[in-house]
Unconditional design. Structure first.
Length: 140
């Protein structure tokens, strides 16, 4: 039987990995002043991050109802890692949004440098989020 929730979980995981890869591009490209192509890459990376976060937000109620109680009984540490992943995912989104705001509205070298740091940190934390999500996904 076709399980739409399982399909969406897989799509969410793939989008998460793609978002991490996309967040690296503006972090590298912003070494120099912001150019139109860099701004486009920053917008695309931020949009993909937002889409991935929204997908996880839509999946979360189903996670709370089905696998979370079982995880809490059988592997509490893994359930807590998943909760940590959720908080870190919010951090990734906040950093990506801050990077976008600085890329588009910021002026001067400090704004560009800070945007670069925001995207770099978002990519690094996003990699951790993807790893934690994969660990929980493998268990469930």
């Amino acid at each position: 039987m076709f399980d739409l929730t399982e399909l969406w979980r897989n799509v969410h995981g793939i989008f998460a990995v793609l978002a991490v890869a996309a967040l690296v591009h503006p972090a590298v490209a912003l070494r120099e002043r912001s150019r139109p192509s860099t701004r486009w890459a920053a917008a695309a990376a931020t949009a993909l991050t937002l889409l991935t976060f929204a997908g996880g937000w839509l999946l979360y109620p189903g996670y709370r109802a089905d696998p979370k109680p079982e995880l809490l009984r059988e592997a509490r540490w893994l359930a807590m890692l998943f909760e940590t992943k959720e908080h870190l995912a919010y951090t990734v989104l906040a950093l990506a949004l801050a990077g976008a705001a600085l890329t588009f509205a910021g002026t001067g070298p400090n704004a560009v440098r800070t945007a670069r740091w925001c995207y770099g940190l978002a990519a690094g934390v996003g990699g951790l989020v993807a790893a934690l999500g994969t660990a929980v996904g493998a268990w469930t």
